[in-house]
Design a protein around this ligand. Structure first.
Ligand SMILES: Cc1cc2nc3c(=O)[nH]c(=O)nc-3n(C[C@H](O)[C@H](O)[C@H](O)COP(=O)(O)OP(=O)(O)OC[C@H]3O[C@@H](n4cnc5c(N)ncnc54)[C@H](O)[C@@H]3O)c2cc1C
Length: 413
């Protein structure tokens, strides 16, 4: 017979989003149960480029991407490509994405993202007051390096745009780049996003968050939630051989959230932007901050005892096996950047939860606040996890104005 659990708030998914919510709620005295079949923080929140990037306000879909879309999608060397057999499956999402690339939609999405991003860094510092994270913060900014003059000149438009949102940036000459990161190959120029930070180990950060949440009384159940049923006085979840009766449920299952949201009555066009990383264990790291050589399409981030090259987007299903071609491509570009790297220590592929407008879904389900959504943070979920938790906390306590969440409604599609 299935075992039964009663809880006030069940959180499905223990990635950066679910864990940040769990910690805040448990700290405020809520009875919280986190449910995840895997170890906390072992999804996308483990393998990302580790950048806390308030500067990243640009949606993936833009007029520039639209102009180049067929070229990008069907070239397997491009940083945004599709695996052809999955085209029929992904066609409806791609159509929606195309619409979000149009100028008006792009500008609306950019404004919404900028609104969220202005609070993202402070939310991380606030979280670090509640869990031992502060020693993992490296405050050296993020560097975007441009290979040629044309790319560097084109980037100035984005620099001006970010400035208009008050984002701190320094435009650097090749000599200044050499001073900042002497081991980088020559470039035409760079932009230093001085206000961004990175974590020396994102996996360790999420482990510490999980410990901090459990120390404040949150429970962790190792199981996959397959069934969600609304009841008179809450929600019933079926998680393998356990039934959970919760007053409310927060769905924070990353790229796997759509099937659960559907059971709560919302059809949300969520797909995975599959991203890759390759790691090189080494004591002496060649860079001291995340570097994005923009023509490569991925970051190179110095982590504790290793260099991680992480990024690119591959469109396929959640279940498709990783592509060796992608691993080789990232390894090749990283070795060209830093000749003499040791053999690859680790390879990883993970799922960014991606919506066509590059904005997350945050807030109550269309059927009511007994089911709350917190997923779809795409390329900036590490950055936005803590601010999402603050908004959800405010929603539950009645302090978040519904107006603040207007851009993130599940019904916007
Ligand atoms: C290569 C790459 C580089 C990136 N770089 C950055 C970066 O530099 N900066 C940044 O801000 N963001 C970055 N991101 C994005 C960021 O990592 C994600 O947006 C973020 O981690 C998503 O967090 P999450 O908690 O929503 O999902 P996840 O971390 O994926 O967590 C979801 C959890 O839900 C669980 N789950 C799934 N289904 C169920 C179910 N049915 N029942 C119970 N549990 C379930 C999973 O096991 C998982 O633990 C990157 C992503 C990738 C892939």
């Amino acid at each position: 017979m299935a075992s039964q659990i009663r809880t006030e708030t069940a959180i499905i998914g223990a990635g950066i989003v679910g864990l940040s919510c769990a910690l805040r709620l448990a700290e405020a005295g809520h009875d919280v149960t986190m449910i995840d079949p895997a170890a906390p923080g072992s999804g996308a929140s483990y393998g990302n480029a580790s950048s806390i990037s308030p500067h990243a306000i640009g949606p993936v879909g833009s007029p520039a991407v639209l102009k180049n879309l067929p070229n990008l999608l069907f070239n397997r060397e491009s940083p945004l490509s599709i695996r052809l057999p999955y085209l029929p499956l992904l066609a409806p999402w791609l159509l929606r994405f195309t619409a979000q690339c149009l100028p008006q939609a792009y500008e609306r999405n950019l404004r919404a993202m900028a609104e969220l991003q202005t609070q993202s860094k402070a939310a991380w510092y606030d979280l670090a007051e509640r869990a031992p994270l502060r020693d993992l913060f490296i405050e050296r900014g993020v560097l975007y390096a441009y290979a040629n003059q044309a790319a560097f000149s084109a980037a100035q438009k984005d620099v001006a745009l970010r400035r208009s949102y008050g984002i701190e940036q320094n435009v650097l000459t090749p000599t200044e780049v050499k001073e900042l990161e002497p081991n980088l190959p020559a470039c035409a120029g760079a932009v230093h996003h001085a206000g961004s930070i990175h974590l020396s180990d994102p996996g360790l950060a999420t482990q510490r968050l999980a410990i901090a949440a459990t120390e404040r009384g949150a429970r962790l159940l190792t199981a996959r939630v397959d069934g969600l049923v609304r009841e008179k006085d809450g929600v019933r979840l079926h998680a393998q051989d356990t039934v959970i009766h919760a007053r409310r449920v927060i769905i924070a299952a990353g790229a796997h959230s759509a099937a659960l949201a559907r059971q709560a009555g919302d059809r949300i066009p969520l797909v995975a932007h599959r991203g890759y990383h390759v790691e090189f264990d080494m004591e002496e790291l060649p860079i001291s901050r995340p570097v994005h050589r923009t023509h490569l399409g991925y970051y190179m981030t110095p982590l504790e005892g290793r260099l991680r090259a992480a990024g690119t987007v591959e469109l396929a299903s959640n279940e498709a096996p990783p592509s060796q071609h992608r691993f080789d491509q990232i390894e090749r570009g990283t070795r060209e950047t830093f000749p003499g790297l040791p053999p690859v220590s680790r390879r990883w592929m993970g799922l960014r939860p991606a919506l066509p407008d590059s904005l997350p879904v945050i807030g109550p389900s269309s059927g009511g606040a007994d089911v709350i959504y917190a997923f779809g943070h795409g390329h900036v979920g590490m950055t936005l996890g803590p601010i999402t938790a603050q908004l959800i906390m405010g929603l539950i306590q009645g302090n978040t104005e519904p107006e603040v969440l207007r851009h993130f409604r599940p019904t916007r599609f």
